[in-house]
Design a protein around this ligand. Structure first.
Ligand code: PGA
Length: 341
């Protein structure tokens, strides 16, 4: 049994957590997430849409903030022993009564620890895989890339995550892009394939220090966004709010203790939202949750949470401390207060 926290796609004055069972069948999937629901199409659902190439009408308005529920994720990366994972799960479970109800939360253990965490972590927390595999050379105009089980030693496929009823997968983390050579194109295919299997995706984007310093930050992140948007069919755009989370993580801020300034974060987040408004739709721009990641901790989260265009955090190092992670989740209330929700 799997319970999925439900992010409403419209603003509410008092956000509340809804959980709903996720039911997926092999070829037709319905994922209900609170007030929004989308039906996964069948293999023969038709041709791809024109996402990513579409230009917005000239009347497009600037979308100044998101409307989705605050969402905080803990990226455990390649950390943990059986003993330390057990301890972290226990600390997180102990913190459940302390965590505000107005926030969606997910934790990303390693693949090895995922079944244990899924079994033992309170259902207040969603589990999220750190990656899923797709065959890089596969060309599929229907955007399913659905031949990823088989002779791929060492890889984990979205089918397997679906089978394990894992609701989320993290894709395109900069450590995978830089250390393992994942291209924008591969990340886009992974997004399409994971969504075809009913998973919600958290897609990481962000620039290196060199790119920031040479003024190409927005070229880089818009290119990363475009590679994702072009793999999502038009008909699915309405579900971005519930099933596609963007995590903006400047590479120079990850694990360095050098957090981006609120001004830097707000600038990038609002430009991401405007890119979505112009290249996908205004509705998608409003509904899509944009997390910030990079040296977020229990001390700096409140200042960042006040920003109008921040919809949550993706937390690495600090998520390995259950008490600190709970405190970061509670920055949701700071955010709602700051934006008057
Ligand atoms: P950090 O990592 O919080 O340790 O900087 C964030 C991430 O890589 O997701």
């Amino acid at each position: 049994m799997l319970l999925v926290a439900a992010p409403p796609t419209t603003r509410t004055s008092s956000p509340s957590t809804t959980t709903t069972a996720m039911m997926m069948s092999a070829r037709r999937r319905t994922m209900s997430m609170g007030s929004s629901a989308f039906v996964r199409a069948t293999k023969s659902r038709g041709t791809r849409g024109s996402a990513g190439r579409r230009r917005a009408p000239s009347t497009v308005r600037v979308v100044s903030e998101g409307t989705g529920r605050f969402i905080v994720g803990g990226n455990w990366k390649c950390n943990g022993t059986r003993a330390s994972v057990k301890e972290l799960v226990e600390t997180l479970n102990k913190n459940v009564p302390n965590i505000e109800k107005n926030c969606d939360v997910f934790c990303c253990p390693t693949f090895l620890h995922l079944p244990y965490v899924k079994e033992n972590l309170d259902s207040r927390f969603n589990v999220c895989a750190q990656n899923s595999w797709v065959e890089a050379d596969l060309v599929d105009p229907e955007h399913h890339y659905d031949s990823t089980t088989g002779a791929f030693t060492g890889e984990i496929s979205a089918e397997m995550l679906e089978d394990l009823e894992v609701p989320f997968v993290l894709l395109g983390h900069s450590e995978r892009r830089t250390l393992l050579g994942e291209t924008d194109e591969i990340v886009g295919k992974k997004v399409a394939h994971a969504r075809y299997h009913g998973l919600s995706v958290v897609v990481c984007i962000g620039e290196s220090l060199e790119e920031r310093e040479n003024g190409t930050t927005f070229d880089v992140i818009f290119k990363q966004l475009k590679a994702v948007a072009k793999e999502i069919d038009d008909r699915e755009h309405s579900s971005w709010g519930s099933s596609v989370v963007i995590a903006y993580e400047p590479i120079w801020a990850i694990g360095t203790g050098k957090v981006a300034t609120p001004e830097q974060v707000q600038e990038v987040h609002s430009k991401i939202r405007n890119w979505l408004a112009e290249n996908v739709s205004e509705d998608v721009a409003k509904a899509t949750r944009i997390q910030y990641g990079g040296s977020v901790n229990a001390s700096n989260c409140a200042d960042l949470a006040k920003l109008s265009d921040i919809d949550g955090f993706l937390v690495g190092g600090a998520s390995l401390n259950g008490d600190d992670f709970a405190a970061i989740c509670n920055a949701s209330s700071v955010h709602y207060k700051a934006v008057g929700r």
